[in-house]
Design a protein around this ligand. Structure first.
Ligand code: FAD
Length: 592
């Protein structure tokens, strides 16, 4: 291709078809940009491409009847919180045509890519006609499809639903409205399974959630997911952890389903059975890589399409965005797949801009996520403790329990923050938060801090907004920073609940509960501990042996920190306090 600049000719990359326009700006000349997939990655890339180039021909090919719709809203539509189906459609094909001059072809599937000839084979799914289209730049945003767990009888059973496409949503919503089922089994405790279970509970169904791992929401550490399971059980759900569905059969006879079927019988790997009216299979999603594979694009070790920071695949004229890509993790620098809408939208802007001749870069992702289940929210950014360990990064963790706004202002809710920080530098590696309100705001502050490569000491100093309805003068993020920074500077020795459990099995130690007698009676205590309220500690310190290994604990870790300081200054050499207190002990499933 050639660049014409007032008569000058020079060679440029095949994809960079530019021309100086009369006003002196660089512009594209009729570049053909084809976008495969019309949701977060595809639609986002198409409109960005248009903002960069008025001259490009931009075509979006989408095999379903829907583009630019909110799959993230699907569980809330199922649950009835989003009442109008139309509300899920963010931008219509008509609007994409009228405002952005984008040629949107729904019910069109791209069958194959011929990279050498820069052509795609397309089929109109309404007419069955197939033909080829030339492109200058191609953007792949083919997204994810539901994972298919190897469960006998699951495939093809009409009472088994997935929750990924709009068609899935319509099928499930139609079934719920028409058949009025009363009980469901959700397979999978990831975020889609959790949101599905919550939606069905919201509709008043009996719900059993089956998760093969020993915790819900596997990306977070086990103890942080513990309150989720407890909350779902409080809401009436049965939560089966460490359990698998082995087979699905129609109740009373033939496998699969059929006319007049009244329900399903599920065989579990443990040998138990569960009867239900229907199943939602939410066992994860897998990237839809058939086209990328057929085109011979590089697929990386994280199982996604390899892209550079311009979202270019191994073929420079093919870009990719969204769930199919593997991208850089902002803490480890390693390739990861992050099938979430935030990253997909940001990648889409970069892919769209660059396909149209721009030069944008995508930094990478922390995998920041937040999920709401009933009244509880749980969020994560960066690395969990488990991930930091498996990456071999020396680290420490802190737990803090704070109210989301001033305790004296009505409606304060607790949240637990777990920070993971680099053992040597104090650099923030990750955070997880579970709580009743204000979780989203705190995780986003910490995500920003991680991306800015801040340390736990920087969190101490963050100047965050405060008024009683919103926060406390020491925001939960600051408090998390204070505690983690104390650990980092060696100002306090902490012991984590699981380490205390091990220690108690190995050794006889002095375990001191510094809460009040009322709290101990009401909430229980760690077996073997003796009560010595922090306000009596100075007077009663003589009752303790300063030569013995001593662990102090309270409800959340603040009073035990004070107790630690008192004991340390009174000659107790071997003392530590329980990180996160009795609340964290319970999250670890500690005995009471
Ligand atoms: P998709 O949205 O999957 O779109 C891909 C499109 O490509 C599909 O419409 C498909 O039909 C089309 N396509 C595929 N192959 C072809 C072909 N050969 N020809 C033509 N068209 C093709 N993320 C969050 O961050 N927060 C949330 O709360 C959240 N909630 C979610 C809830 C649910 C129920 C689901 C399913 C996902 C949720 N996500 C959430 C994830 C988020 O929706 C995805 O990460 C995002 O939609 C990915 O966008 P994408 O464009 O890569 O893929």
């Amino acid at each position: 291709m050639q660049l014409r600049a007032f008569g000058l000719l020079c060679a440029v990359d095949a994809e960079d078809v530019h021309m100086w326009d009369l006003h002196g700006g660089l512009r594209n000349v009729g570049k053909r940009i084809f976008v495969v997939g019309g949701v977060a990655g595809g639609a986002g890339a198409a409109v960005k491409a248009r903002r960069v180039s008025e001259d490009a021909d931009i075509v979006v090919l989408e095999r379903t009847p829907y583009v630019s719709w909110a799959n993230c809203g699907l569980p809330y539509y199922i649950g009835g919180i989003i009442r109008q189906r139309d509300d899920l459609f963010v931008v219509t094909p008509e609007r994409l045509a009228s405002r952005f001059n984008i040629d949107v072809r729904t019910r069109h599937e791209v069958l194959a890519i011929d990279r050498a000839r820069r052509r795609v084979s397309v089929r109109n799914l309404e007419t069955g006609d197939a033909w080829e289209e030339p492109y200058d730049a191609l953007i792949l945003a083919t997204g994810s499809e539901p994972a298919r767990p190897p469960i006998r009888g699951l495939e093809g059973c009409s009472r088994v639903f997935t929750l990924v496409s709009m068609e899935d949503g319509d099928r499930l919503r139609g079934f719920l409205d028409e058949r009025k089922p009363t009980n469901a089994v959700v397979i999978g405790g990831g975020f889609i399974g959790l949101e599905a279970a919550d939606a069905l509970l919201e509709r008043g169904l009996d719900v059993t959630l089956v998760e093969m791992m020993d915790q819900l929401l596997p990306p977070v550490d086990r103890e942080m997911a513990e309150p989720l399971a407890a909350h779902l059980r409080d809401k009436g759900a049965r939560v089966l952890l460490g359990e698998k569905v082995a087979a699905v059969t129609q109740r009373g006879g033939a496998g699969g389903d059929g006319a007049g079927a009244s329900g399903l019988q599920l065989e579990l790997a443990s040998g138990d059975t569960v009867a239900c009216d229907f199943v939602v299979s939410a066992a994860g999603v897998t990237p839809r890589l058939d086209l990328a594979r057929q085109a011979g694009l590089a697929i990386g070790r994280a199982g996604g399409v390899v892209v550079n920071d311009r979202m270019q695949t191994s073929d420079p004229s093919i870009y990719a965005a969204g769930d199919i890509c593997e991208i850089k993790h902002l803490v480890t620098g390693k390739p990861v797949r992050v099938p979430l809408a935030g990253p997909a939208n940001k990648q889409a802007r970069v892919a769209g801009a660059n396909a149209a001749g721009g030069n944008m870069r995508y930094a990478g992702s922390l995998g920041t996520m937040v999920v709401k289940v009933g009244d509880l929210s749980i969020a994560k950014t960066g690395l969990s403790e488990r991930e930091a360990s498996s990456e071999g990064i020396p680290h420490y963790v802190s737990y803090t329990h704070s109210q989301h706004h001033a305790g004296y202002y009505p409606g304060a809710r607790m949240m637990t923050i777990k920070l993971v920080a680099d053992r040597f530098t104090g650099r923030l590696l990750g955070a997880q938060i579970v709580g009743g309100a204000g979780v989203d705001k705190r995780i986003d502050v910490i995500a920003t801090a991680i991306q800015a490569r801040m340390t736990v000491e920087d969190l101490e100093d963050l100047d965050l907004s405060y008024a009683p309805p919103y926060s406390s003068a020491k925001d939960p993020v600051n408090v998390a920073g204070f505690v983690a920074a104390n650990i980092h500077r060696g100002e306090v020795d902490t012991i984590e609940p699981d380490d205390l459990m091990d220690l108690l099995e190995r050794e006889e130690i002095q375990l001191v509960d510094v809460r009040t007698p009322g709290e101990r009676n009401r909430l229980g205590a760690i077996p073997g501990s003796r009560l010595m309220p922090v306000d009596e500690l100075r007077a009663r310190v003589g009752e303790l042996d300063p030569r013995k290994k001593t662990v102090v604990y309270c409800a959340v870790g603040y009073r035990s920190y004070l107790a630690y300081k008192i004991l340390k200054q009174r000659g107790f050499e071997n003392v530590s306090h329980l990180a996160g207190g009795f609340d964290a002990w319970k999250m670890f499933g500690g005995k009471r």
